[in-house]
Design a protein around this ligand. Structure first.
Ligand code: NAD
Length: 364
């Protein structure tokens, strides 16, 4: 079992990474919360695939454990679901000492943590992420959110868990497209951290789905440590944490302009390609490095993903992004691995060029 720590001024917490240790996880939770009511907010797909494991592991809580089965999908990050969950907490007399366990991907994680951060002004929270994306990204760093009308993550807070338990066993049932989604963020970490990780990932990338659990654990641990290091230094995204947005200004716009046909992780990889193009176009990134750096993101299967996405629409969505401050579009760009430039402004022409070039590079 690997253990990492997310160091934060007020509330540091451990992240455990292992394989097939749900029983140990529940034992550890029981040790810390012996007489506590717990609500497990569990993604329905996760429950469908793993109910025996889950029931067995949490049986030790007897009458103290309650379940809420969350319908899979982004739509569940809503006030309607939130309302239902608060009702259950009230009905079963959950109090300030109670615990919420998020058992699912980023959707379950985001709404669970929002519930934990708001119910009675905050109750305990444990994350057990079950998608690759939630393991390396959403369960680390304390961002909570629900969507409002059509606005993604509009309502939320910062709220840290007591523990994060990453059990790679869950990945066995994850659809390939969801694995790719997590890989998008992992590739991002490979650019914002160091050469070793980039080279390591390049080496193992081709057959991630066939690699042994030890290597997967290594990749996840490295990714988590990159994110943890960044959020430790900038919990509330005032400065440094913006480097985590590498590729994301483009990515969010690609997702929206495709009518959500392009998945977040895929959009992130496309966004990374665009950020590399733009960095090169603005002469921040040398031609040599640009060509070298393209190799990793282009290993993802992104064939023709952007074919039907109009460039003008992408630009329009970028202007509406909530991260766009004072109506200027700022980008997170790169000059070499680990050397990230924040808040780089770019002219419309250069941005359009980057979108077009990304399309070209991924169209066959
Ligand atoms: N809080 C943050 O910092 C942060 C960061 C990134 C993303 N997010 C949010 O995370 C969400 C996306 O998360 P996600 O990609 O994990 O998606 P998700 O939670 O929607 O899960 C993806 C799909 O996989 C299924 N699934 C989950 N675990 C499974 C398993 N082990 N086996 C089989 N199927 C399984 C789910 O039912 C769902 O259909 C978005 O809402 C995004 O806004 C939050």
């Amino acid at each position: 079992l690997k253990k990492l720590t997310v160091n934060l001024e007020a509330s540091s917490y451990p992240v455990f990474i292992g394989t097939n240790f749900l029983n140990k996880i529940s034992a550890r939770i029981k040790e810390y919360f012996p007489q506590t009511k717990i609500l497990i907010i569990c993604d329905k797909n996760v429950y469908r695939f793993h109910h025996e494991l889950i029931n067995n592991a949490f049986r030790r809580f007897k009458d103290y454990v309650f379940y809420y089965y969350l319908k899979p999908g982004e739509k569940s990050k809503s006030f309607k679901e939130l309302n239902k969950i608060y009702h259950i907490l009230v009905e079963h007399e959950f109090d300030r000492s109670s615990l919420i366990v998020a058992l699912g991907g980023g959707v379950a994680g985001d709404i669970s943590s929002f519930v934990a951060s708001t119910y009675m002004r905050g109750i305990y929270l444990v994350h057990i992420p079950t998608t690759l994306l939630s393991m390396v990204d959403s369960s680390i760093g304390g961002k909570t959110a629900i969507n409002f009308e059509s606005r993604k993550n509009l309502v939320g807070s910062f709220y840290q868990p007591e523990f994060v338990f990453i059990d790679t066993n869950f990945l066995l049932t994850l659809p390939p497209r969801e694995i790719s989604s997590g890989m998008g963020e992992i590739i991002k970490y490979a650019f914002i951290s160091n050469h070793n990780f980039n080279a390591f990932l390049n080496k193992y990338f081709a057959d991630l789905r066939e690699i042994d659990t030890e290597t997967i654990e290594k990749i996840i641990a490295k990714a988590v440590s990159v994110k943890a290091a960044v959020v430790s230094r900038d919990e509330r995204e005032d400065g440094l944490r913006k480097i985590l947005n590498f590729g994301h200004t483009f990515a969010h716009a690609y997702e929206s302009a495709s009518g959500m046909k392009i998945k977040h992780g895929e959009a992130v990889v496309l966004g990374i390609i665009s950020a590399l193009v733009l960095s090169n176009k603005l002469k921040i990134l040398s031609d040599k490095r640009f060509n070298e750096f393209l190799a990793l993101p282009l290993k993802m299967k992104l064939k023709n993903k952007m074919k039907d996405v109009p460039e003008k629409n992408v630009l329009e969505f970028m202007r509406n992004d909530k991260k766009v401050r004072k109506s200027k579009i700022n980008f997170v760009l790169i000059s070499r691995i680990g050397k990230i430039l924040l808040d780089v402004e770019a002219a419309k022409g250069a941005v359009l060029y980057s979108i077009r070039k990304t399309k070209e590079l991924t169209t066959h």
